[in-house]
Design a protein around this ligand. Structure first.
Ligand code: NDP
Ligand code: HSE
Length: 435
């Protein structure tokens, strides 16, 4: 039956972890995918950087090229799996400007240049799909863009970076070092080519920007997201979290908020946070991702699954490819960019949450009063204090949990503590979420 279907020419740009799996599944499941799309999808060019690099047997050497123009021009659909901003941006623009539909997994590109690409797609009538850009196999882009189009979203909070979740989970569960856990994540193909993007939170911030744009119908770029990575998290932080019934996760949070003067806006942030072990996000292990979406009508929904890796990510790419192929063959198009709400982006200092601070203090009379005074002077109310033995002579460890406070006030507290003669160092400051 599928012999009678139209055939579409597909270019795959990049044949690495994800691209090679897309090509493999397209070959192995050609008939089924054709039946679902109503069109056969034939890979007729594969763009790579190095022709001599070893490749999977499924990739026909005759269609490999390093010539981007030749790979892209005249195709029906381009699948961009190179990553990074340039030359990916130039190639995606080249395709969209010719009316060629694009499927991409490139969150860095979308979070920095999404509006330009959306506009190019709308101008030429091409589709722009990017399910794989957020949370790998987990259909959260579709969920926000289509399934929840009838609802008013108030908050999106999730674990959207597999590498950092793998690292934090390994450090917590298997007591391995940060370096060992990162090396294993790289070996398994989760980490970006430069893992700084993962561990410093930039990959999660790009995904946070994409989710916030979809959830709040407003342009949110990566520059609008306040970011903190996991590279400062220590074994002591892990142990203390566990002792208090918490785990540490790198969270991406985008929420609709009212400021004190009643202005409605969006706050978007990525940072490590303590979450209670009873929260469903605390059980997300390894490179898995999970995103909790709160809608006014739907209530709380959780999207969960494999957030990284070649085959899981290829699943998301292929679902987009099936949709784009169907439109190509029979008409229709992907949802266009929806930014009618134009909500302002709120200053990160206005964010309110609870905090837990660990301090190394002088072990002498009056220290706790000095420390408490600093919190009080900056309007941050203390919820609980505990003091522990420290192996360093003359010092003690004090852990302070706060009531809900403003980020700006907490920063001022940290600065004042850093200058106080009572405090040797602020060992860590972690936000508490999901209670
Ligand atoms: P890889 O680094 O494994 O593969 C990149 C591919 O692109 C390679 O085949 C490389 O060629 C090719 N390439 C790189 N630069 C150029 C260039 N300048 N010109 C031509 N070809 C080039 O990346 P991944 O497969 O891991 O990631 C691809 C995309 O998917 C990225 O946007 C990433 O963020 C996204 N993604 C990845 C996930 C994952 O788990 N890996 C999950 C979700 C999204 P060569 O082989 O010759 O070096
Ligand atoms: N490096 C990313 C991660 C890949 O670890 O989640 C998936 O986007």
């Amino acid at each position: 039956m599928s012999e009678s279907l139209p055939t579409l020419n597909v270019a795959v740009l990049g044949a690495g972890t994800v691209g090679s799996q897309v090509i493999r599944i397209l070959g192995e499941q050609a008939n089924e995918l054709a039946a679902r799309a109503g069109a056969r999808m034939k890979v007729t060019s594969v763009l790579v950087r190095d022709m001599a690099a070893p490749r999977d047997a499924q990739i026909d050497p005759a269609i490999l090229t390093t010539d981007a123009d030749q790979a892209i021009d005249g195709k029906d659909i381009v699948v961009e799996l190179i990553g990074g901003i340039e030359p990916a941006r130039t190639y995606v623009r080249r395709a969209l400007d010719q009316g060629i539909s694009v499927v991409t997994g490139n969150k860095a590109l979308l979070a920095a240049h999404g509006p330009e690409l959306y506009e190019a797609a709308a101008a030429s009538g091409a589709d722009l799909y990017y399910e794989a850009a957020v949370a790998g196999a987990v259909p959260v882009v579709y969920g926000l863009r289509e399934s929840l189009a009838g609802d008013r979203i108030t908050r999106v909070m999730g674990i959207v970076n597999g590498t950092t979740n793998f690292i934090l989970d390994s450090m917590n569960t298997h007591k391995v070092s940060y370096e060992q856990a990162l090396a294993e994540a790289q070996r398994l193909g989760f980490a970006e080519a430069d893992p700084t993007a993962d561990v410093e939170g930039h990959d999660a911030a790009a995904k946070c920007a994409i989710l916030a744009s979809l959830a709040f119908h407003t342009r949110v770029s990566i520059a609008d997201v306040a970011v903190e990575g996991i590279s400062a998290i220590t074994a002591e932080d892990m142990a203390e979290a566990a002792a208090n019934g918490h785990v540490i996760k790198l969270l991406a949070i985008a929420e609709r908020r009212l400021t004190d003067d009643g202005t409605e806006g969006i706050a978007a942030r990525v940072h490590p946070a303590l979450i209670p072990t009873g929260n469903p996000l605390a059980t997300v292990a390894g490179a898995f991702n999970a995103v909790v979406v709160e809608g006014e009508a739907a209530g709380r929904l959780m999207f969960y699954g494999q957030g990284a890796g070649g085959a899981p990510t290829a699943s998301a790419v292929l679902s987009d490819l099936v949709a784009a192929a169907h439109h190509r063959a029979y008409g229709g198009h992907a949802p266009r960019e929806s930014v009618y709400a134009h909500l302002p982006i709120l200053d990160a200092g206005l964010t309110r949450t609870r905090y837990q601070m660990r301090l190394q203090v002088e072990d002498r009379l009056g220290v706790l009063a000095d420390v408490a005074g600093i919190f009080s002077r900056h309007g941050v109310s203390i919820q609980a204090v505990s003091q522990h033995y420290d192996s360093e002579p003359g010092s003690a460890i004090v852990t302070i949990a706060t009531h809900t406070a403003r980020e700006a006030d907490l920063r001022a507290v940290a600065q004042a503590l850093g200058k106080s003669s009572a405090v040797r160092r602020v060992a860590s400051t972690l936000r508490v979420e999901g209670e």
